[in-house]
Design a protein around this ligand. Sequence first.
Ligand SMILES: Cc1ncc(COP(=O)(O)O)c(C=O)c1O
Length: 415
Amino acid sequence: MSAKLAILGGEKAVQMTYPAWPVHDEREVEAVTAVIRSGNWGGYPYPGPRTRAFLEKFLEFQGGQHAIMAANGTVTMEIALRAAGIGWGDEVIVPAYTFQATATAPMAAGAIPVIVDIDPQNYCLDPQAVEAAITPRTRAIIPVHVGSLMADMDALMEIAERHNLVVIEDCAHVHGMQWQGQGAGTLGHFGSFSLQSSKILTAGEGGVLICKTQELADAAASIVNCGRPPSEHGEVTVLGANFRSSELHAALAAVQLERLPTQTATREAAVSYMDEALSEIPGVRVLRPDPRITRRSVFQYIFAIEPAVWGVDHGAICAALEAEGLDAGIGYPPMHRYELFQPQQSRLPVPTAHPERFHFAEMDFPVATYAHEQEAVWLGEAVFRAGKAGVDQAVVAIRKVYEQRDALAEAVRGR
Ligand SMILES: Cc1ncc(COP(=O)(O)O)c(C=O)c1O
């Protein structure tokens, strides 16, 4: 391999082709074919037999007692809020470092997303920042588990109990993850999972909501199914919508779920190996998993670089890594920078009614901003699904870019 960076015309460090996603074979084809032959394709009556069967298996794997399936992992959070009676004028605390859905879901339910900063050790919701943001109108917290790590659920549940708050875990990235032997999504009142095509359990689209009690699950099932009562009989008394997923999605998800335990074990072994390998590269800060994470799942892996050591920021490093053949990116902008939430742009009911809560120019989330502007490097799950060999190739690429950092810095300066 030439020492010259691929972005400057050298040979790529990554010689293997990372495995494509989603993994599939004849089992998926047969499962979908059986649904087509059955004639029961959709989501009505809700839930259909394949949806029920999938949810039962999902709960066996993830933990929890009650779950519903819906169209995606955004509406599951809106449904959770509405099932818990949270709506107009209520405040919902969300992290500054997440996909926009974590804040659009409260807005769709009529609630105000209150953005707070993240913890630099795990890039997840900072419990101290949560505590500081609580007001008499706060009703819920949505911790998001990102970067193959989890928010400190012990601290967050303690705060929630003290202030009587509902906790909805956004588990879009962490199917299979466990905290002290308990599945992510089963620690709070709700756990919301996305089955969108890139996620580590996918049906192309779809979402699962784990609910703490039968009562909450019934309320959620009703909202998903146009406000019908869970038994299907009786009058519509709840404002719901058609948030249903289909039997086709459930059939696909069930086959994908059979693959998930092995994939999780492969990625988990690979991610520990990655942590060790990266900790030997100067200027890399590994985000170490909390020892209370007892099973680690990997969707996007994040490490932090020290720009002063590398002489360039993470944007240049990610571009160089991409050229070397790695799926690398800089991750999310801090939540208050998303165009979507700027009140003058959105004309949405919540920002329009509460403009004082959307003065983003006056807000400051230094940890999330620094992650976005300088230090975070995100790697995709395929590196880990490819096992030790996948990690070895990634480390060769990262080390190469580190060793050639002066050439990279010079190229950036000359741009
Ligand atoms: C953190 C997070 N939450 C929620 C979602 C929403 O999931 P969906 O795309 O299924 O609506 C995503 C999707 O990318 C996500 O990354």
